[in-house]
Design a protein around this ligand. Structure first.
Ligand code: ZN
Length: 189
């Protein structure tokens, strides 16, 4: 039996995330081993934004039901989707309720880490890519929490340091103090 017919039988010909019966196709859950255990039957709506769930935020309320599936591939996909949109609030509430067996959780995180590797480049306020060691200028007065001073507009910050896990900030030295600066308030020199 092909993976697709296996999935159609398993799901009763329904999208395994939102239950739609429209335009169903096989989605491989990373890292796929070619088996139905690591695949889902998805409708075209889910398929389109499963990897970029922020593009169709409201659709993912469907996980309210499907996240309780006993199938690890569904649990893993629900976890990854909710993690990516957790900042919206309600997905985080759902994540808080979602319990994954340790090996399922490890699988879920494996996929997220893989995506972080090809993460967004760090960009300044104009969209220019910033690199380790670049010099930037601050485009707006920024109060520095905890340091008791304001990083003044026009200040040059040399030899910036990129952060491994956060493309929205860089580390740099202002007034002799190492601080984190939001990249949206910086301009590459
Ligand atoms: Zn769907």
């Amino acid at each position: 039996m092909s993976v697709e017919s296996e999935l159609r039988e398993r799901s009763g010909n329904r999208c395994e995330l939102c239950s739609s019966q429209e335009n169903l196709a096989v989605y491989e859950v990373y890292p796929s081993d070619g088996s139905a255990d690591r695949a889902l039957l998805l409708c075209d709506v889910c398929m389109k934004s499963v990897d970029n769930p922020a593009e169709n935020l409201n659709h993912w309320h469907c996980l309210n039901e499907s996240m309780w599936s006993q199938l690890p591939a569904v649990q893993v996909s629900a976890y990854r989707i909710l993690k990516k949109i957790a900042h919206e609030g309600w997905p985080q509430d759902m994540l808080d309720m979602l319990y994954l067996e340790p090996e399922v959780e490890a699988w879920a995180k494996e996929g997220l880490e893989k995506e972080e590797e090809k993460a967004q480049p760090v960009r300044d306020s104009n969209g220019n890519i910033l690199q380790e060691g670049d010099a930037v200028s601050i485009i707006k007065d920024l109060p520095v929490k905890g340091a008791g001073f304001t990083a003044k507009q026009g200040t040059t910050v040399k030899n910036i340091h990129l952060l491994a896990d956060d493309p929205t900030h860089i580390e740099g030295r202002v007034n002799g103090v190492k601080i984190f600066l939001k990249t949206e308030f910086l301009k590459k020199l």
